[in-house]
Ligand binder design. Structure first.
Ligand code: SF4
Ligand code: SF4
Length: 206
């Protein structure tokens, strides 16, 4: 196989991987690079890769650059791109699908704020079926270490004091806190959702 053949096979390989593994991935090849999504996105020029660029990079076989990118994690799900895309690509779903696939492969940027919040929020609320705000807040403050955590907590002291006085923040939540009355029901619901997802993946490939 010539060098050119190798390179185009590699390019096709990543597109095929995205089509197989990523939610909405089969749509990527439909992108005609018009730039409407990039122009409609509230992030505009402020993020590294717009959806248009991400789709171009996928087709160019830039696997590492795409999957290690922070860009997909910044999508706010505003759906501007989806309603405006002339090819009707589910851009938002593809962006989240890519983020979730990068996370599954361990390639997602570790301290990326949205990724970290999503993981902490999910772990927090699925444990008891209710969000423990004290633990979630402290987990986010201290995610970059003790010094950063204390600095953040100090910076927010006035807000915290206001919340305490209004009864909206309860330090006792640290050692117990609210929980859903039917925690087993929550666990069963999550197990069912995972089962449905696995079945859908087996049927449709993603
Ligand atoms: S608007 Fe649609 S077709 Fe145009 S670049 Fe974005 S995803 Fe591609
Ligand atoms: S849904 Fe995400 S990618 Fe699309 S315009 Fe909004 S922020 Fe940008």
């Amino acid at each position: 196989m010539s060098e050119a053949d190798h390179s185009s096979a590699y390019r096709r390989e990543f597109l095929a991987e995205v089509e197989r593994e990523v939610e909405g991935g089969t749509w990527v090849k439909m992108c005609m690079q018009c730039g409407v999504c990039a122009g409609s996105c509230p992030f505009g020029p402020h993020w590294e890769h717009s959806p248009q660029k991400i789709f171009m990079m996928i087709r160019a076989g830039q696997r590492e650059a795409v999957l290690r990118s922070e860009s997909m994690w910044l999508c706010t799900s505003c759906y501007n791109c989806v309603v405006r895309c002339p090819r009707q690509l589910p851009v938002t779903h593809i962006m989240h699908g890519l983020a979730s696939y990068a996370q599954k492969l361990g390639l997602a940027p570790k301290l990326q704020a949205t990724r970290d919040f999503s993981l902490q929020f999910w772990e927090n609320c699925t444990r008891t079926g209710r969000v423990n705000e004290m633990r979630l807040t402290l987990g986010l403050y201290f995610r970059e270490g003790l010094v950063a955590g204390f600095k953040q907590a100090w910076a927010m002291r006035t807000v915290a004091w206001g919340l305490l006085r209004a009864g909206r923040l309860n330090p006792a939540e640290l050692v117990g806190g609210h929980r859903c009355a039917d925690a087993n029901g929550i666990k069963a619901m999550l197990a069912k959702a995972r089962e449905i997802e696995a079945r859908r993946k087996a049927q449709h490939g993603h």
